[in-house]
Design a protein. Structure first.
Length: 549
C-alpha cells in the first residue's frame, strides 16, 4: 500500500548512536539505515518523499544511492520535541503539500511494514494530531508492606504496563505550523509483538537472531470425522523448531483443531476453504507444512511458483509428487512413484509423552485392557465393543481402560454405562495415554497412529478400521504383533473381536509371540530425523529480502 499524502523522515544522527558505526553496520546482511530507507520507500509513491536527516557523510552517500532526499549538517542535533532553525524550515517546506509526516527510527529493525500501514490508515481517519506506538509488558508486582514473609514471597501479581516505543511516530503536518501554546491531541497505537529496539550490542544480537528466523506456516485439519491426530503431529514438530517463527492456519470447519490450537500457545489463522490459499500467499512464508491428507497439484504448484518450500504429511493426493518433501509414514509400501516421497514406519515419530514411557514387560496374565478408537470414534466402536466384552473381562478380572477423544459425541451415554461398572474406567481427551498403556497387556483399537504407539510400547492389539483409507495402513499386521479384523460389520465384527480377545487371554504363547515381534520397534529417534530434514530444507532456502519485515 502506498500513501500519497505522506512524507517520511529518517533521523540518522551519528552522535546518537548505540555504538560505533551501528547505522551502517550490516544486520543480517543489511545495514540499519538501508533497512529503514527500503521500508520507508515501500510506503510512498516516490522516493523523493523520503528524507534522511543526518550528520554523517557515509549515511548521506547511502541516501543518495537510494535516490532519496537528505538533509546534512555535521553539527546536527536531533530532538523531536524542539526542532529549530534550518532543519525546521526544511521540514516545513517539504511538509507543506502533504497531510502526514511519518518519522521512523533506524533502531527498530523488527518494525513491520504492516504495522506502519495499519497505523497510517488509522491515523488518517482520525482527528488526532500525533500518534505514538505503545507496547504492553507484564511485570511481577508485590507490596513491600506485606507483613507475612510467605505473602511477600508468593503474593506476586503480574500487571500489564504500557511502554512508549521510539520506533516511529506520526504527525499531522499542520501541527508543525501551530504556535507553541497549541495542545495537540495524542493517540496511541498498540504493537503486540516483540519490537526489540537497539540500544546495545545485546539488542543487536537479539535482533539479528530474530531476523534470521524463517517463517513457517503449518496447515492442519481436525474435526469430528478426522480427529486430532494431524494437530498433535504438527504440534510435536512445532515444539522442536524453536529457532523459527511458527504459525498455524486452518479453515472454520475445523473446530476441534481451532480449539486445540487456541490452548497451545501458537497463533492460528482461521480462514475459509475459498480464501485459504490466498491467505497463505499473503503470509509470505518460507515453508508451508501441510498435514491435511491429500493435496491437489494446482495448490502445491502455486506455492512452489511463489518460491515457498513445501513439506506434506500423509499425502496420497496429486500434489504429493510436487512438494519439496512428502512423508507418508503410515504406508510401508510406496503407492506413488516419486523421488521426493519417504515411505514407511522408519519415519513415524511419537508424541513427547512417550519419550520416557516404560515399555510393557511380559506378563503371563492379562490384567488390564486398553480400548481406544481415535479422537472422534465416529462409528462409536467404544460403546459397541465395551458392551460386547465387559462381562468377559469382569469374569476374568481384566480391568477395562476406555479412552475417548474430544470429538467423541457419545461420551455422555458411555459414561452413564461405565459409571455403573467398577471394573472399568472412562477417560476423555487425556494427554497422558502413555501412562495408561504402561498398565495394559492388551488393547483393542482403530487403525491409526495408536497402532504405532502400541508397537513401541510392546502391547499386542486387535485392530478395527473405521473406513477404507485406514485399511491401507498395512503396519497393523500379524508380522508386527497385531490382529487386524478389517472394517466393522455390525453383528459380525463384535463376535470376532470377542473371540480374538478370548484367544489372546487364554493363549499366553500366542500373545507372547505377537509381543516378541514388536521388540524391534523404537520410534523415539525418528522425530530428530524428520526435524533434521525440515531444517535442511530451511537452510537451503534462498534468503529473502527482509527490509520490509
Amino acid at each position: 500500500m502506498k500513501f500519497d499524502d505522506l512524507i517520511v523522515l529518517i533521523p540518522a544522527i551519528k552522535k546518537s548512536v548505540a555504538f560505533e558505526d551501528d547505522l551502517i553496520r550490516k544486520l543480517n546482511g543489511v545495514s540499519l539505515i538501508q533497512r529503514t530507507i527500503s521500508k520507508a520507500c515501500s510506503l510512498v509513491s516516490n522516493t523523493k518523499k523520503v528524507f534522511v536527516i543526518t550528520d554523517s557523510e557515509e549515511i548521506k552517500l547511502v541516501a543518495g544511492r537510494n535516490q532519496t532526499n537528505c538533509f546534512f549538517d555535521n553539527k546536527l542535533i536531533w530532538k523531536q520535541t524542539s526542532i529549530q532553525g534550518r532543519l525546521l524550515e526544511y521540514i516545513k517546506n517539504n511538509a507543506r503539500n502533504h497531510k502526514l509526516i511519518l518519522i521512523i527510527s533506524p533502531y527498530a529493525p523488527l518494525l513491520r511494514k504492516k504495522t506502519l500501514t495499519d497505523a497510517i490508515t488509522k491515523f488518517s481517519g482520525s482527528d488526532e494530531d500525533l500518534l505514538k506506538p505503545i507496547t504492553f509488558k507484564k511485570f511481577g508486582a508485590t507490596s513491600l508492606n506485606e507483613k507475612s514473609p510467605l505473602s511477600f514471597l508468593f503474593k506476586i501479581r503480574k500487571k500489564n504496563f504500557s511502554l512508549t516505543s521510539e520506533s516511529f511516530s506520526l504527525i499531522r503536518s499542520k501541527l508543525i505550523f501551530q504556535n507553541r501554546e497549541y495542545k495537540p491531541k495524542i493517540s496511541n497505537f498498540e504493537i503486540n509483538y516483540n519490537l526489540s529496539e537497539i540500544n546495545s550490542y545485546e539488542d543487536w544480537w537479539i535482533c539479528e537472531k530474530l531476523l534470521q528466523r524463517k517463517k513457517i506456516l503449518i496447515r492442519v485439519v481436525g474435526d469430528k470425522k478426522l480427529g486430532l491426530g494431524h494437530v498433535f503431529r504438527c504440534l510435536s514438530i512445532a515444539h522442536e523448531i524453536t529457532d523459527h517463527s511458527i504459525e498455524f492456519i486452518t479453515t472454520k470447519n475445523n473446530q476441534l483443531a481451532i480449539q486445540k490450537l487456541a490452548k497451545s500457545g501458537y497463533s492460528c489463522i482461521v480462514s475459509t476453504a475459498k480464501a485459504i490459499e490466498r491467505d497463505i500467499l499473503n503470509y509470505n512464508p518460507d515453508l508451508v507444512l501441510n498435514d491435511i491428507l491429500n493435496t491437489s497439484e494446482p495448490y502445491v504448484v502455486k506455492l512452489k511458483k511463489n518460491k515457498i518450500k513445501i513439506v506434506n504429511f500423509e499425502d496420497l493426493g496429486l500434489g504429493a509428487k510436487f512438494s519439496t518433501l512428502t512423508i507418508n509414514e503410515l504406508y510401508d509400501k510406496p503407492l506413488i512413484r516419486s523421488g521426493n516421497i519417504l515411505w514407511g514406519n522408519k519415519y513415524f515419530f511419537l508424541r513427547d509423552e512417550f519419550n520416557d514411557a516404560r515399555k510393557n514387560r511380559w506378563n503371563n496374565a492379562v490384567k488390564s485392557l486398553l480400548l481406544t478408537f481415535g479422537g472422534t470414534d465416529q462409528n462409536n466402536y467404544s460403546q459397541i465393543i465395551y458392551s460386547e466384552i465387559k462381562e468377559f473381562c469382569k469374569e476374568n478380572n481384566i480391568f477395562l481402560n476406555i479412552v475417548t477423544g474430544p470429538g467423541y459425541k457419545h461420551f455422555d451415554k458411555l459414561n452413564e454405562l461405565v459409571s455403573q461398572d467398577d471394573n472399568a474406567m472412562l477417560t476423555r481427551s487425556t494427554g497422558i495415554i502413555s501412562s495408561i498403556m504402561e498398565t495394559c497387556q492388551l488393547a483393542i483399537i482403530s487403525n491409526g497412529r495408536t497402532v504405532y504407539e502400541l508397537a513401541h510400547m510392546n502391547i499386542p492389539a486387535i485392530v478395527i478400521s473405521h473406513h477404507i483409507r485406514e485399511t491401507t495402513h498395512k503396519f497393523s499386521c500379524a508380522e508386527n504383533g497385531f490382529v487386524s479384523v478389517g472394517i466393522f460389520e455390525k453383528g459380525e465384527t463384535e463376535k470376532i473381536v470377542k473371540q480374538e480377545l478370548e484367544s489372546l487371554v487364554f493363549s499366553a504363547s500366542r500373545r507372547k509371540k505377537l509381543q516378541s515381534k514388536m521388540k524391534k520397534f523404537d520410534f523415539i529417534k525418528n522425530k530428530k530425523k524428520i526435524i533434521r530434514k525440515i531444517s535442511n530444507i530451511l537452510k537451503s532456502e534462498e534468503k529473502k529480502k527482509d527490509a520490509a519485515i
